[in-house]
Design a protein around this ligand. Structure first.
Ligand SMILES: [Zn+2]
Length: 368
């Protein structure tokens, strides 16, 4: 089953369409993160209006609370959260491995203690497929082990081999015909391990491929070089997803390298902390200079927030700890990401080759 149609390319960058059971997704596309079955502080209606075409939800969190069976009984995750577009669920591996001492790894899977109540659980390649099938997401991810960026070669090799074996088990345990399954390329910071992992996974019938284990502290140069070489080995007729890497500049570079899908908590998390992405660079709304500023947050932005509210009001909401602060800030930051992706798609389609260096120069101002 082919799920990806390539419409245009500019160098390695590509614009296309990904078919899912709940409709088509234009690529390159950013997926807002809805950890607990909600994109924090944003209504599904507003997500749809601003151009979100697919959301990401976290298997680990929904499995522990309220439980995948409950969500299934209530009609599945789409109905539960009232989002009718496609949903991608991660496998839960990333969250489990973040638990550190509270988890134990074996060939069978990963045993862990809930961060909520200390109860014991086991995630295996088989049951993460069952959990994602119960949630009813449109794209399921395989279970993978997270490799620390400073892992030595032997650790990275053994872990990558296990992830490949787990990927095979996930495919064998596949439950739903209407759910796409993506493999995840690992290999740590070792390009030969990454290349071998790509070869192994490409011999399996995955509908798409993700590159994982980047943006974990390895630094910008290594992130870009490994992402760019890995994406070059992936098949052209399948969607390519760079997991969890999400500064605007990093996304732009990854689009140029040939990635199609992205997710990151950065736009929504930064929004709640009062840090906003604008066409003139990053802006911290809490700063005193905005107390009396009647201008919109970003005069170049036509989101609901920028069309209707002043910086002075947004600063006031933030300082007063008002809930609306998170709502408006999140709306603007996600809108910024979606417009960036839209401009990338347009530049690829129209072969506007000068777009990339101009956008890159503007986005440098967004970095810390
Ligand atoms: Zn705006």
């Amino acid at each position: 089953m082919l799920t990806f149609t390539l419409d245009a390319s500019d160098g390695a960058a590509r614009a296309g369409r990904m078919e899912t059971a709940r409709g088509m997704v234009e690529t390159p596309m950013f997926m807002p993160v809805g950890t607990q079955g909600t994109v924090k502080a944003v209504l599904p209606r507003d997500l749809e209006e601003m151009g979100s075409q697919i959301l990401l939800a976290n298997t680990y969190h929904l499995y522990l609370r309220p439980g995948a069976e409950l969500i299934q009984k209530l009609g599945g995750l789409h109905r539960f959260m009232n989002w009718n577009g496609p949903i991608l669920t991660d496998s839960g591996g990333y969250q489990v491995f973040s638990l550190g001492a509270m988890r134990k790894l074996s060939e069978e899977g990963v045993r862990f203690q809930s961060h909520l109540d200390g109860s014991y659980h086991l995630l295996t390649p088989e049951n993460v497929m069952q959990i994602q099938a119960a949630l009813g997401s449109d794209i399921a991810m395989v279970l993978d082990e997270c490799i620390p960026h400073d892992a030595d070669r032997e650790y990275a090799r053994a872990s990558t081999d296990r992830t490949i074996r787990w990927a095979e088990r996930c495919l064998r345990a596949r439950v739903r015909a209407d759910q796409l399954v993506f493999g995840i390329v690992k290999g740590g910071m070792y390009t030969d391990l990454r290349e071998r992992c790509v070869q192994e996974l490409c011999s399996m019938p995955f509908e798409g491929f993700a590159v994982g284990g980047l943006g974990v502290g390895e630094g910008e140069a290594l992130l870009h070089s490994i992402a760019a070489s890995t994406v070059g080995w992936l098949p052209e007729d399948r969607p390519r997803y760079l997991m969890g890497v999400g500064r605007p500049e990093d996304i732009l570079n990854a689009v140029r390298a040939g990635f199609d899908l992205f997710d990151c908590v950065l736009p929504t998390r930064n929004a709640r902390n009062g840090t906003l992405f604008t066409s003139a660079g990053k802006l911290s709304i809490k700063r005193a200079e905005f107390a009396n500023d009647s201008r919109p947050l970003d005069p170049a932005c036509d989101c609901y927030c920028c069309r209707n509210f002043s910086r002075a009001y947004l600063r006031h909401l933030y300082m007063a700890g008002e809930i609306l602060s998170s709502v408006l800030n999140s709306l603007h930051n996600l809108y910024f990401y979606h417009r960036l992706m839209e401009r990338c798609r347009e530049a690829i389609r129209l072969e506007q080759s000068d777009f990339w260096s101009q956008a890159s120069a503007t986005l440098r101002a967004q970095l810390d």
